[in-house]
Design a protein around this ligand. Structure first.
Ligand code: NAD
Ligand code: ZN
Length: 255
């Protein structure tokens, strides 16, 4: 099948379906200017992934200092980023009452900014909008923490208990949020078509969801610039830009 035939096939499947789940990774947001982790120029070329483990963060003041430097850069990048055509296409698919859920590994809040409703979005890895105290579990405004960083605090402690503050995103080695994992499982169980968009499908347990859909006999479509570890399971694979592909899919649906 050539590219146009593949997009026509996808459009047919979307028309036949009422329960679509989209699984999204960092690759859906690179066209919004947020680098992914593994591509050249990605985040791991600037920071050492071993500084991002939960264990190191809680046990080591030096790691916390590096993390907060990263957070300052990342926060500015995330607040300035706008959704791209791939995010907007998923918002349209919700309006068409086709899309049942978005299971995302992303922490950039771009699905919400694109217009998908909160109850449809399952953030498996949390988000960067909030800061949480790992000791008393209180939540803190991002802006306030950012101001403290700008004023020279290198590792800001919790206002309430002086405990350790952490961006409310899931770190390597940190347990996955139970509610979100359950919601993701339920949405996979009840879907009839699963899109995996912009994920290398190597970070587990999140990457297990699209494969689970396929094992349950649902259709699986993978849209990713580079080959993924699950291409062999998919009914259809497009190695291309998520923004262009989803835009063309939407045009085909609106024809
Ligand atoms: P990844 O970095 O492992 O893989 C991203 C994939 O997206 C790559 O295979 C790449 O080929 C593909 N890609 C890049 N640009 C693309 C484009 N324009 N169109 C189509 N495909 C494109 O990312 P991952 O699988 O999501 O896992 C990494 C982890 O990093 C996740 O757990 C996530 O929490 C976190 N993360 C999040 C963000 C974000 O919130 N935007 C950014 C970086 C990392
Ligand atoms: Zn506290």
């Amino acid at each position: 099948m050539n590219r146009e035939e593949k997009i026509a096939q996808m459009a047919e499947w979307v028309k036949e379906s009422n329960n679509i789940v989209a699984f999204t990774g960092a690759g859906i947001s690179t066209e919004s200017g947020i680098p992914d982790f593994r591509s050249p120029g990605g985040i791991w070329e600037q920071f050492d992934p071993s500084d991002f483990t939960y264990q190191k963060f809680v046990s080591n003041q030096g790691s916390r200092k590096i993390l907060w430097q990263f957070f300052q850069n990342a926060y500015n990048m995330f607040t300035q980023a706008s959704p791209n055509p791939a995010h907007f296409a998923l918002a349209e698919m919700e309006k068409m009452e086709k899309l049942q859920a978005i299971i995302t590994q992303n922490i950039d809040s771009l699905h919400l900014k694109a217009g998908n409703t909160l109850e449809k979005i399952i953030e498996l890895h949390g988000n960067m909008e909030r800061v949480v105290c790992i000791d008393c579990r209180s939540h803190h405004e991002n802006e306030q923490i950012l101001n403290r960083l700008l004023q020279g605090e290198e590792v800001p402690p919790c206002d309430h208990c002086s405990g350790i503050l952490k961006p409310d995103a899931v770190f390597f080695g940190e347990p996955m949020p139970v509610d979100e994992m359950n919601r993701a499982q339920q949405s996979i169980n009840s879907c009839d078509l699963c899109f995996s968009i912009g994920s290398s499908l190597v970070v587990y347990p999140a990457a297990g969801f699209p494969i689970m859909a396929k094992k349950q006999g649902k259709r699986l479509v993978i849209i990713n610039r580079d080959p993924t570890s699950a291409d062999q399971y998919a009914d259809l694979v497009i190695h291309d830009s998520a923004g262009d592909t989803m835009k063309e899919l939407l045009q085909m649906l609106n024809r």
